[in-house]
Design a protein around this ligand. Structure first.
Ligand SMILES: [Zn+2]
Length: 482
């Protein structure tokens, strides 16, 4: 709470640029207006004697009536009442509070109602999606809850109370069927969707995820720079905001179809079903459904399509399914070089430094900004080991981002970030193809993942064709040497 308090000044200062119609010249004055609202208990007991029960309710639930607000501000007599509408509007904009109705506000950081952990656990629910932070920015969860109320998402009713607690809040989605449970732990914000009857609809989960992530990005950018979050899942579908019941596992670990939980205690190890845990939160890429089809023996149409034009590179002879995986990894390695060849075409070596310099501000601060370690590669620090920038020091992520956002390459047939169809064979289609295969398989390099022969041959053909096209045949020999 104290930290939250301190941050208010920083927020107001930072957000001033968004303020168009009302200008607050005295930031301290505004910060004090909020500080007065969330004033400490002893102070309140003395000065707000006549409003003791209202204040107690406010201090427990965060629900603030206009009458109490007036009484609080009246004691300080700083001109807040006169400017109430503007102050409240601005506080809402900052996510410090949200309007509940004409006479009532919700101030989330004052809510001290404990979250009844297992109260909702019997409903059909999605798995638990987690947003992990190195340090959860103070107040970000409260501001997320206030923002959800402004959408507006209705708070789920529990008799005459709202399901809104100190560390969790439950909203009803627009379809009035799916419920959105948001919670906070020390390091993450958790999200789970549940329904009273029937089954959770994956498309609703995806919409909800998109909404929440947009809000989180906005909040973490305006609140505190560099407060990045990562996606993770709970190892079991149960245990929302309950660290004893299940553990938080990074998204990048969910590569294999099943694996043993790396986090639960040794006497409680269990098997994680990746498909079950991730299915609520991810659009199934075309490639995956292709492979699933092949796996289930239904290989006629998709596989034949993928095999089209497979004549120029012979399939390496193999009957060992773990060797298959290894060969795809080697092929992906060559795929990165194919992207580099294409990259050098769009960003000729002799102009690379100038092109980057021209876009430096945008790359550091704009919509498609790079992370600090990436920036060190794009703009090598003076006096460092290497001062000349080159595509050779760039990984696939950097090259892809530069091509996608800073070159005049024609976008892929299906758009960036999506699986290309078999007939999509432009440069950007092939870049996307290689990148998506790499994302899918490279995290497990060096392990003994197995790949069935029919799946292997479809991927080998698709990928090697892309590499040959993209490198204009230059890399064909290296492929044949695998
Ligand atoms: Zn576990």
């Amino acid at each position: 709470m104290l930290q939250f308090f301190h941050d208010i000044r920083a927020i107001v200062y930072f957000d001033q640029e968004f303020l168009s119609e009302v200008i607050i010249l005295d930031v301290q004055w505004f910060a004090d207006a909020f500080k007065n609202i969330i004033t400490d208990k002893n102070h309140a007991k003395e000065d707000l004697y006549a409003f003791a029960s209202e204040w107690d309710k406010f201090n427990e639930t965060g629900e603030l009536y206009d009458t109490l607000l007036f009484a609080i501000w009246k004691m300080n007599n700083n001109g807040y009442i006169e400017h109430k509408d503007n102050i409240m509007l601005y506080m809402e904009k900052l996510g410090l509070l949200a309007k509940m109705n004409e006479e009532k506000w919700y101030v989330p950081c004052m809510n001290k109602t404990p979250f009844p952990v297992n109260y909702f656990s019997s409903y059909p629910a999605s798995s638990v999606l987690c947003y992990t932070f190195d340090f959860l920015p103070a107040g970000i969860f409260h501001r997320l809850v206030a923002t959800c109320m402004q959408i507006p998402w209705e708070v789920l009713a529990d008799n005459d109370q709202g399901c809104i607690y100190q560390t969790a809040a439950i909203f009803v989605f627009h379809d009035l069927h799916h419920n959105i449970m948001l919670g906070m732990t020390q390091k993450e914000i958790q999200l789970q969707v549940f329904v009273a009857v029937g089954e959770v609809d994956v498309s609703k989960c995806l919409q909800i995820r998109e909404n929440i992530e947009r809000m989180l990005h906005n909040l973490s950018n305006t609140f505190q720079k560099n407060s990045e979050f990562h996606v993770a899942f709970k190892c079991k579908p149960t245990g929302f905001c309950d660290s004893k019941e299940s553990a938080v596992i990074s998204e990048s670990k969910f590569i294999r179809a099943t694996f043993q939980c790396p986090s639960c205690p040794a006497n409680e190890k269990h098997c994680i079903d990746t498909q079950y845990i991730t299915k609520f939160w991810k659009q199934v890429p075309e490639e995956e459904s292709k492979i699933n089809k092949v796996k289930s023996g239904n290989e006629d149409t998709t596989l034949t399509e993928a095999m089209k034009g497979a004549t120029s590179i012979e399939l390496p002879s193999t009957d060992n399914s773990s060797e298959n995986f290894d060969k795809i990894m080697k092929l992906l390695h060559i795929g990165v070089d194919a992207i580099r060849i294409c990259f050098d075409k769009f960003f000729p070596k002799e102009h690379l430094e100038k092109t980057l310099k021209d876009n430096e501000t945008d790359m550091r601060k704009g919509q498609f900004r790079f992370q600090p370690p990436q920036l060190e590669i794009l703009f090598p620090p003076q006096g460092g080991p290497s001062t000349a920038v080159s595509s050779l020091s760039m990984d696939i992520t950097i090259m892809y981002k530069l091509l996608r956002n800073y070159s005049d390459i024609t976008p892929p047939g299906n758009g960036w970030g999506k699986d290309p169809k078999v007939e999509h064979i432009t440069e950007s289609d092939d870049i996307e193809r290689i990148r998506l295969y790499r994302n899918k398989y490279s995290h497990d390099a060096g392990s003994n993942l197995v790949m069935k022969d029919n799946v292997f041959s479809a991927i080998w053909t698709d990928l090697s064709q892309a590499i040959i096209r993209l490198s204009a045949g230059v890399l064909k020999r290296r492929i044949s040497e695998i």
